[in-house]
Write a protein that binds this ligand. Sequence first.
Ligand SMILES: Nc1ncnc2c1ncn2[C@@H]1O[C@H](COP(=O)(O)OP(=O)(O)OP(=O)(O)O)[C@@H](O)[C@H]1O
Ligand SMILES: [Mg+2]
Length: 252
Amino acid sequence: MTPGPVLQALDVRKDYGGLRAVADVSLAVRAGEILGVAGPNGAGKTTLFDVITGHTRATSGEVLLAGQPITGEPVHVRARLGMARTFQQPTVARSLTVGENMVLAAAFGRPRASRRAGRRPAREVAAEYLEFVGLDGKAQVLADLLGVFDRKRLMLGTALATGAAAILLDEPFGGLSPAEIDETIVLIAGLRERGLAVVCIEHVMRALTSVADRVLVMHHGAVFFEGTPAQMLADEKVIEVYLGARHRKGGA
Ligand SMILES: Nc1ncnc2c1ncn2[C@@H]1O[C@H](COP(=O)(O)OP(=O)(O)OP(=O)(O)O)[C@@H](O)[C@H]1O
Ligand SMILES: [Mg+2]
């Protein structure tokens, strides 16, 4: 028997006044699966995340976590039930050190996960993920002093330290150098091995196509295309509205 999806969105809609930012989008992600979300600026990708994570209320539709409807639950309740997110702009507690950010996330995370792991102290959970994201040498550094790459890794580390089963990443590769992108590809692929259900918004195509198992392309709030990364790169209508003529010539 295959287990059901960890995270599901059913016909999610979000209207801002007369603007339909998200138009009846459905998705499902299983444990150990990475779903990529692409699409032009303003397509509604971040708004879809906002609705799924409870940062804004859906106009209609449903969100389910481990099969349970959570549509009306606030952000902190969803976090405790096993959902975490990173933001397009790296947001960390800037007045705390890297290590303190991690311990805080582990302490306020998902109680069930820490029970399963044998009630591990927050400090121990924090140390594990600090190493996973490659910041174990910077635990004492003030988060405010970090560069973009480290800030993004810290944001990913804190999301993981909450013990989330489903994680939503909003442009984790944005603003990174090619070498940093390579490192982040390895990190995110590692989430699959850890059995997380991952949704990843990204414009950097080489990154998205290397990490994603499936891709959903949004356009004007709606699902425009769904398929494998290879199918997306070859799809004429995706090339026309999103990828551009460069891809037709075989460029990146
Ligand atoms: N709080 C808000 N109030 C009103 N309109 C909003 C709000 N948030 C987003 N929008 C609008 O909803 C649409 C979708 O925006 P969204 O940020 O979800 O796009 P996106 O796909 O994430 O774009 P990008 O790739 O640039 O990050 C845009 O037209 C945007 O202006
Ligand atoms: Mg966005």
